[in-house]
Design a protein around this ligand. Structure first.
Ligand SMILES: Cc1cc2nc3c(=O)[nH]c(=O)nc-3n(C[C@H](O)[C@H](O)[C@H](O)COP(=O)(O)OP(=O)(O)OC[C@H]3O[C@@H](n4cnc5c(N)ncnc54)[C@H](O)[C@@H]3O)c2cc1C
Length: 481
């Protein structure tokens, strides 16, 4: 299939690249604004169909996930895990000197991981023939993107355009980011040294992950959550389990508490409910807003809801024919990297074939990479009740699981939610390797398996997966241990 990215050179702009097609002939071409998971997955996937792609990003492709999100955050969590494992080695009869954390070396490790992946992605995009255009892109009417490059303005025309401009950290009144006293996760991933006392505003996924990492490397940590539980929206029992385990390690939680504007001096005082805490730095993690304020959405017919772009979930197409949106900017879908990947695949499938391959949002795994991890798929009991579903649950704890005892991590449980007499509709695992274990339950939810069908498989012994197997047996009404 032949395809082009067509280029028009307007006065004062420069021509880049060689592939120029007459206007209107580039019907299979795609121009993508944003090179994060949504954008780069779209670009890579388009190669399956022989489509030519221009990928516009003001930075190197990688996006929040590779550069300021999933990857660096998980690297820090793993560093904390290694530190904690060595610190507790004596529990297994392994005598090691009390470890110290070389923050500079740890930061270098984080940077090395990010750099390796960003470079790898660059190589992959090149190998697949994607033209990476460096600069800030804006829609300039249907099928057109204007890019501010170092060499001037450039207009790129495509048969289809995918907007994947991602998201940014939000804050609350009085807590404007200054990069040192009041920071977002962007700054916190690059702290030059460990802060001794940290207040985290927001006990969602990102806030809890930072709390887990910071407490394990020896910081004093306060978490403020205005809702009545951490990980709002998650299974309350799982949230309590995580809270208990973090509390045991020293995290101080202030739940159902709103903070007032801080007093910033040499330290930061965070007032709340007639009290206050004094810390070195405040990390605000209260959610992420879409990067759509200045991407030219006013030049097309797309519909927007509080900044998020509305799409047809079958195709990811916006109200503007030929304009697609994927990733964190999409209205009403989870802000997760793998959701961005899947939405990119759905959009490109529609562009290339006219067929639909909608994302099965019901079966998207959602993982909080704290220690212990919390992983969920489908719906929990409260969400089932909201939908008027009559559900039952089965649960099995890690505390009797041989492998969990061997590794000294036998707190937590797996829980499945199933319709009375019907299929499994959701699951939660909190405990060791929960983020891996959830994938088995993802199949059960995605394939709408009955508990009896899912329980028919035998799990290897001794594995952590046995926790899931035991839970499924209980759900099928024939528990073993
Ligand atoms: C600390 C943290 C940890 C996270 N951990 C996880 C995790 O473990 N798992 C998970 O699934 N998700 C995680 N996420 C969320 C994940 O990073 C996002 O869901 C994902 O990156 C969204 O992908 P995206 O392609 O929509 O946008 P982004 O990754 O935000 O990428 C958007 C890209 O577009 C570029 N851009 C924006 N506007 C323009 C423009 N006008 N012109 C040119 N370029 C532009 C940006 O430079 C950026 O590269 C985490 C997020 C954070 C902040």
């Amino acid at each position: 299939m032949s395809a082009w990215v067509s280029e028009r050179v307007t006065p004062g702009t420069t021509r880049l690249g060689a592939a120029v097609s007459p206007k209107g002939r580039g019907l299979q071409d795609i121009v993508i604004v944003g090179g994060g998971p949504g954008g780069y997955a779209s670009a890579l996937y388009a190669n399956n169909f022989g489509l030519s792609v221009a990928l516009v990003d003001e930075e190197r492709p990688g996006g929040t996930c590779l550069i300021r999100g999933c990857i660096p955050a998980k690297q820090w969590l793993h560093i904390a895990q290694v530190f904690s494992t060595v610190s507790h080695a004596a529990e297994f009869g392994v005598i090691a000197d009390q470890p110290t954390l070389d923050w500079e070396a740890a930061l270098a490790r984080k940077n090395q991981t990010v750099e390796g992946l960003v470079r790898g992605l660059g190589g992959l995009l090149k190998a697949k023939g994607v033209e990476v255009v460096s600069g800030y892109g804006r829609l300039a009417g249907p099928g057109r993107v204007e890019v501010e490059t170092d060499d001037g303005r450039r207009e790129i025309e495509g048969g289809s355009v995918i907007l994947a401009s991602g998201s940014h950290a939000r804050t609350i009144p009085g807590y404007d980011f200054d990069g040192s006293s009041i920071v977002s996760s962007d700054h916190a991933l690059d702290w030059p040294r460990r802060p001794d006392r940290v207040a985290i505003i927001g006990g969602g996924v990102i806030g809890c992950e930072f709390a887990s990492f910071l407490i394990d490397v020896g910081a004093e940590v306060h978490v403020f959550e205005v809702m009545d539980q951490i990980l709002p929206g998650s299974d309350p029992e799982a949230a309590r389990q995580l809270q208990r385990q973090l509390q045991k390690r020293g995290v101080k939680f202030h739940i159902g508490v709103g903070v007032e504007p801080p007093k910033v001096g040499d330290s930061v005082v965070v007032p709340f409910a007639g009290e206050s805490v004094e810390v070195d730095v405040v990390l605000v993690s209260v959610g992420r807003g879409p990067n759509t304020a200045d991407v030219g959405l006013d030049t097309v017919a797309a519909e927007v809801d509080r900044g998020f772009v509305k799409v047809d979930p079958q195709t990811m197409q916006t109200a503007q024919s030929g304009l697609y949106a994927v990733g964190d900017i999409v209205a009403g879908t989870p802000q997760l990297a793998h959701v961005g990947f899947a939405e990119g695949i759905a959009a490109v499938t529609h562009i290339a074939t006219g067929e639909t391959r909608p994302v099965n949002y019901q079966a998207i795994p959602r993982v909080t990479y704290t220690h212990p991890e919390v992983a969920e798929v489908g719906i929990n009991e409260a969400q089932a009740a909201e939908r008027g579903l009559e559900v039952e649950t089965a649960k099995h704890a890690f505390n009797g699981i041989g492998r969990a005892i061997i590794i000294g991590e036998n707190q937590g449980f797996a829980k499945v939610v199933y319709e009375r007499g019907g299929p499994i509709v959701g699951a939660t695992v909190v405990g060791p390797q929960a983020g891996e274990l959830i994938h088995e339950l993802m199949y059960s939810v995605g394939w709408e398996a009955l508990p009896d069908e899912a329980a028919a498989f035998v799990h290897a012994h001794p594995t952590l997966s046995e926790t899931v197997g035991e839970t499924l047996l209980s759900a099928a009404g024939r528990s073993l241990h």
